[in-house]
Write a protein that binds this ligand. Sequence first.
Ligand SMILES: [Zn+2]
Length: 657
Amino acid sequence: MGTVLPGIAAPEARRASAARPLLRYTSSPRNPLITATMTTKKLAWAASLAAAFLSIGLTACTPDTDIVPSSKAPPTAAEAAEFAAAAESTLMDLATRAERAAWVRSNYITDDTQAIAAEANGLLTAAAVDLAGKAARYDDLALDDDVRRKLNRLKLAMTLPAPPDPAKIADLARISGSLESTYGTGSYCLSRSDYGGTASDQDCLDLTGMTQIMASSRDPELLRELWTGWRTVSPTMRAEFQRLVDLGNEGAQTLGYDDLGSLWRSGYDMPADDFAAEMDRLWGQVKPLYDALHCHVRDGLAAHYGEALVPEGQPIPAHLLGNMWAQTWGNVYDLVAPADADPGYDLTERIVASGMTEIDMVLSAEGFFTSMGFDPLPDGFWRRSLFTKPRDRDVVCHASAWNLDQVDDLRIKMCIQPSAEDFVTIHHELGHNIYQRAYNQQPFMYRNGANDGFHEAIGDTIALSVTPVYLKTIGLIDDIPDESSDLGLLLSQALDKIAFLPFGLLVDRWRWQVFSGETPPQQYNQAWWELRRQYQGVAAPVYRSEADFDPGAKYHVPANVPYTRYFLAGILQFQFHRSLCEIAGFEGSLHRCSVYGNRQAGKRLNEMLAMGASRPWPEALEALTGSREIDAGAIIDYFAPLMDWLDEQNQGRNCGW
Ligand SMILES: [Zn+2]
């Protein structure tokens, strides 16, 4: 389901169950199904139910959105202002109900809670669709800036607007549910039973099982079979996806956009084409670092798997990078790690040895924000959050941050483990909560990140401040390792954050071309692999043709979730971090900076957060950084020591592809 409301950024790692997440954010650009305890069948069922409710909501039980006084009289600016205010209040009410139902569903997964959540979500979706359509009545009026902005946001919040035709609305809802269901229930049975390892008894695996093996196996045949096997799930999506493209384009055109991609790109306070060019500019800034990383990683893989499988000067085979989509490479760290890169402590061990409870870990992260001058989290946060995995029921374990009443009913939901990864993730989730609370004085339509990249970036920005100095300050480690041992940490971060960037860019590159018709259906797969090669320098390990539909093997394509936000967040977090460090007066290597305890940095951060989406994002960016331009240069600063090292390693190697 593609409808999204104002005030919402669907996280990369959102669950597949709800039609769309509301004011709720999850942890990282990984797959949504990995940590959920919910079965894939249930997820798919909930998705199709939510889809069904969209059509019912519009035809049978449309909520009270009939707030256009009289469509026969000519529209006026005063009427538009009234309409915007009424729309806002309707949506806030429905959003709060949907959010509550979704919270209960995610904490007690039963058939009934899923039905209730799907119903609440269907009503909200129907209202959003309806209101966006009605807002078109005011398209040609001269309006107050604020009213115009709200009406625009009403339209732009739709990631999949249906054409105003009941049959097409129902068709689109059915297709959306079916695509997500195909993805959610996908599985593959291994052709051999002698692989050993973690394969299940039947050797039939869902995506979670496949993902786990992809992360750890070094058997190239098994990896190739899993890679290919997962992609047997998606060819059946092709016809439905093509229909989704046609209907989505028609809906976007009804709202006044050239096509659906143009609608997506219009959500960034600049002309759609300028935004596309801006993304290319940012990619150009980080590409030298990516190229150096690519070269070094390919060399490490060649040393392990042999030059025949990983030849120099060629794209890296996509099945060898430890991830089903080759989008993050942290799982092959051991194959490419520098010598002497031991930071001298293991944070997970230290957390366990310290005897910290799950609550202690959250208190510690809260302490980060209060040290910067933010208020403590409200009592309700501590009473209502889910911190540990219940023993007696199914819950969605994937970490997420919520604000149920859109004001200050903040919560996280997470099955916390005493690990370094979860310690960082808690900081990330609380970043979302702090943002949500900071903009809660704004009108409902503006209770969101400045653009959809900002929200994920804030959590990650704070996580960048979880440095050895910070860990010593809070007593988790005794000694700060010498800076000369930071290479391992930097490389490990780069394998996830830098390796991700070209993938974060190309998913929507491909969709923009598909939506505009530049890529016709008979070239879907070919165009996908051209972009994969061009941006990522990876190649399919086996022959691909138009009998395949490899884009469908990535969740966000069948689920119709825009993807550029993750690329943006990947860039913005370093720019935010650098600015906070400058405000704090930090001197030294950027990757060693922690803004823990700095109230001036906290004050400036809050100034940006409190704006929400009330102003064009360059103004929000300026409030923190003093600049209206996104700048990927902070990434280059942050990874400067790594870049030097990579350049040394890569000497004499035939880099590029
Ligand atoms: Zn997040």
